[in-house]
Ligand binder design. Sequence first.
Ligand code: AMP
Length: 114
Amino acid sequence: MTDDCIFCKIVAGEIPAEIVHESDTTVAFRDMSPQAPTHVLVIPRSHYPNAAALAAGEPATAAHLFDAARAIAEQAGLDKGYRLVLNTGEDAHQTVFHVHMHLLGGRPMGWPPG
Ligand code: AMP
């Protein structure tokens, strides 16, 4: 737990979020500013600033993020596909420095991303 981290506070239940999935190592909740009909953030309970730090420090939990995303996509019926995004660093538009996987689905998407 990092005191000034908003996602640590969601994990601790100190600020509200619409939680859609939980495991021993992960929590998933709806993004407050959804960019698609389904827009969920999947995060580790432990604080790591970005995907690279999580992969180095807790690789099993990094895999758990993907498994949680699979379960959420199945539950949401995203049979036609979905996108997983891990913005890493300033140039990639990371704004919250507790690693989070965006799960976006429910509409067709373009490529390349903006
Ligand atoms: P990123 O730009 O990849 O760091 O994404 C951060 C995401 O966190 C954005 O899509 C925000 O809308 C979302 N977000 C920030 N604070 C909250 C919150 N308290 N509850 C839900 N989503 C949030």
